[in-house]
Write a protein that binds this ligand. Structure first.
Ligand code: FES
Ligand SMILES: [Fe+2]
Length: 402
């Protein structure tokens, strides 16, 4: 080939491309995986309090199949492995009784803590029944949610309290939502949880995805390109976004992630002040997650009204064509892949927040492997209430630092 011809050959085609794949140590959640073990050091919401009833319910959490129910007499919520320790029938088909659940196959009864209370076919209803234990996880109920701890029993921390949900003013309501992402999507989100969580530290997508593409999904202010600063906190990463509204006012919007999977995203519809809501991005497994959002507001419909629209239409009513023309969070994040190939990303200056989350996640993995507590673990009742700094604040130009 002549030299002149060679110069015209451009490279960078897709030929021979070898994808590097996901950052599995960060994305995977199952038992024994690096970040799965980090997640197992904290309490996680498994459902609303109303999800635990006398009818056993299948739950998937951190890659584990579980059965949730509530005993009839004391109303104690319980979370057990489904596979009966006797010979493996699923407790999903069990009957909930006063003090536990009775397996459908040979009638063994298990308490919420897995003790075997009765073996009806055995002599004396099971003279050695204390020798077996149905695998179980501790639960607590708070803020309308049921929380589970799935980690090493000896390292169980306190279930934190959160500033906005303590001392609720008169006339305000505590509420829970567990469906979809703000910009739409099915209730059970069908891709890897990390794509959603790291998006919380990606404020630059807002003016593009949520304004230029979806047609001003939030407010005119949110469509402005922000100036952003990121910082590590003791329990996560914080971003401060400044948007110059006019000559005298700047909007200072603060969002946070807290470990291991918490999002502090104030209303994108810009209610002023410290945020009134917190979300937990809870992985069912590597390709499914659910977001539990707790909020406090005078308006009992606050959370349902937050749901953004695409060209004025709710996400669920969009046609294929409209999904393509007006993509939102679901389309952007799901299309990164069921588990995104993070190792093929080209992070740029505006991805600093994403890079900081990934670095801090890797640090927590190392901490857990070294036998230390990861960030944000609370063991001291004096400091069990977590303060939130996220919010929307209107400040005069002179004090904004711009
Ligand atoms: S398999 Fe459950 S009691 Fe036999
Ligand atoms: Fe978004």
């Amino acid at each position: 080939m002549s030299e002149a011809l060679e110069e015209k050959i451009d490279t960078g085609t897709g030929y021979g491309l070898k994808p590097n794949g996901p950052l599995r140590h960060l994305a995977e959640v199952g038992p024994g995986t690096p970040y799965g073990e980090v997640l197992r050091r904290y309490w996680h919401p498994v459902g609303r309090s109303s999800d635990a009833t006398s009818r056993p319910r299948k739950i998937k959490l951190l890659g584990e199949e579980l059965i949730l129910f509530r005993t009839r007499k004391d109303g104690t919520a319980a979370l057990l492995h489904p596979r009966c320790v006797h010979r493996g029938a699923s407790l999903f088909y069990g009957a909930v009784e006063d003090d536990g659940i009775r397996c459908c196959y040979h009638g063994w009864v298990f308490s919420p803590e897995g003790q075997c209370l009765e073996q009806p076919c055995e002599p004396g209803l099971g003279l050695h029944r204390e020798k077996v234990r149905q695998p179980w996880y501790p639960l607590q109920e708070r803020y309308g949610l049921i929380w589970a701890y799935m980690g090493p029993p000896e390292l169980k921390p306190l279930l934190p309290r959160y500033d906005p949900f303590e001392n609720i003013p008169d006339g305000h309501h505590l509420m829970v939502n567990d469906a979809g992402v703000g910009g739409g999507g099915p209730a059970d989100l069908d891709f890897n949880w990390l794509q959603h969580w790291e998006n919380v530290m990606d404020p630059f997508h807002v003016p593009i995805l949520h304004a230029r593409f979806s047609g001003e999904q939030f407010t005119a202010e949110m469509a402005l390109m922000p100036e952003v600063a990121y910082e590590y906190t003791s329990n996560g990463v914080r971003s401060t976004q400044l948007r110059v509204l006019d000559e005298s006012r700047v909007l200072r919007r603060v969002t946070e992630v807290m470990f291991p999977n918490i999002r502090v995203v104030p209303s994108p519809k810009l209610s002023e002040g410290t945020t009134n809501m917190i979300g937990w991005v809870v992985p069912g497994d590597d390709t499914n997650f659910r977001i539990f959002t707790v909020a406090v507001s005078e308006d009992p419909e606050f959370l349902s009204k937050l749901r953004s629209t695409h060209g004025g239409k709710p996400w669920a009513t969009l046609s294929e064509d409209e999904h393509q023309r007006m993509p939102g969070d679901y389309e952007a994040q799901k299309s990164q892949g069921n588990v995104s190939f993070h190792a093929d990303d080209h992070l740029s200056t505006t991805d600093q927040g994403v890079a900081m989350i990934r670095r801090m996640m890797a640090k927590q993995i190392r901490a857990v492997e070294a036998g230390s507590d990861p960030a944000g673990i609370i063991r001291d009742a004096e400091s069990e209430t977590v303060s939130i700094t996220g919010g929307n604040f209107l400040v005069p130009t002179t004090s904004s630092g711009t």
